[in-house]
Write a protein that binds this ligand. Structure first.
Ligand SMILES: [Zn+2]
Length: 287
């Protein structure tokens, strides 16, 4: 019997130019800032997020956006987080992460939630956007698909297959995960790749990447999920019942509270200049 060779360190997908990664903390006395510093490894956390995002969104042959720097700014602000490019040069990205929000996360969930939010925002620093024409729901869905695949699923997420495919966040993220399973590994890489050069055209986009129009794909997804998880309850039924299973993470009946709450919506106004591209991420939230 021979022992398996020591596993080689996994090769990460790398951009042509190594990005400068920076951390800015506006007020070290804030609980959220301290929780970040004590809960995460500040020396590696950004690099790990970049590696995690690029490994899921690109192959070694892909063209990766020319992002030159990412600055994580921990600061007091409403909402959760947002990502923006600098006015003068959009290749320099800033992730603004609310220390008020971090302070509100229950202590046991803090580390995973901070890493999850960071992973989501880091996607915005590296994803293609069809020259700014990609639907916002798909942009956010890709970001949450990466978070999902990175295993940073917060307790309040659940798969939903009603409504519109491009409602965004985990709603679209789980749909992308279905497409990845149905059409094979690399489907989301191909979707992101198709957003690189051309403007978004709904009809040709989905036919080219998944051989069906989006309506059919969304309908197939719903039927498949009905089969797998049982027919989804109507909104009224949802409001009047506890979840069927109680042993899921967080087993409370907060599963009906997935509509975004106003406290989750972020105002990008503070500290962001008008006109810069802002990706708002008012998505998660534990009060
Ligand atoms: Zn986002």
């Amino acid at each position: 019997m021979s022992l398996a060779p020591a596993s080689k360190e996994k090769e990460h997908v790398k951009p042509k130019r190594k990005p400068l990664l920076r951390l800015e903390i506006r007020d070290l006395s804030e609980e959220g800032a301290r929780a970040f510093l004590s809960g995460l490894n500040r020396g590696t956390v950004l690099e790990e997020a970049v590696d995690g995002v690029l490994d899921l969104l690109y192959s070694p042959k892909s063209q990766i956006p020319p992002t030159r720097s990412v600055t994580l700014i921990l600061r007091s602000m409403p909402g959760v987080a947002f990502t923006t490019g600098k006015d003068l040069d959009d290749d320099h990205k800033e992730i603004h992460f609310s220390t008020d929000y971090i302070a509100r996360i229950p202590k046991d969930d803090r580390k995973a939630e901070m890493l999850g939010v960071l992973r989501h925002e880091m996607v915005h620093c590296w994803q293609w956007s069809a020259k700014g024409t990609c639907p916002g729901g798909l942009i956010e869905g890709i970001a949450d698909w990466v978070r999902l695949r990175s295993d940073f699923v917060p307790p309040h997420w659940k798969r939903e297959w009603d409504g519109d495919w491009d409602a965004g966040y985990q709603h679209t993220g789980y749909f992308l995960d279905y497409l990845e399973e149905r059409f094979g590994d690399g489907t989301v890489i191909a979707i992101n790749e198709r957003l690189r050069e051309k403007e978004y055209d709904q009809k040709s986009f989905w036919m080219e990447c998944c051989q069906h129009d989006i309506k059919t794909l969304w309908k197939d997804y719903g039927e498949e999920m009905d089969k797998k998880h049982g027919k989804k309850p109507t909104k009224d039924e949802q409001n009047n019942q506890f979840p069927a299973t109680t042993n899921q993470a967080n087993g409370s009946n907060d599963s009906t509270q997935h509509t975004r709450r106003s406290s989750d919506v972020i105002s990008p106004a503070e500290g962001v200049n008008e006109g810069s591209a802002v990706t708002d991420c008012g998505k998660v939230g534990e009060d």
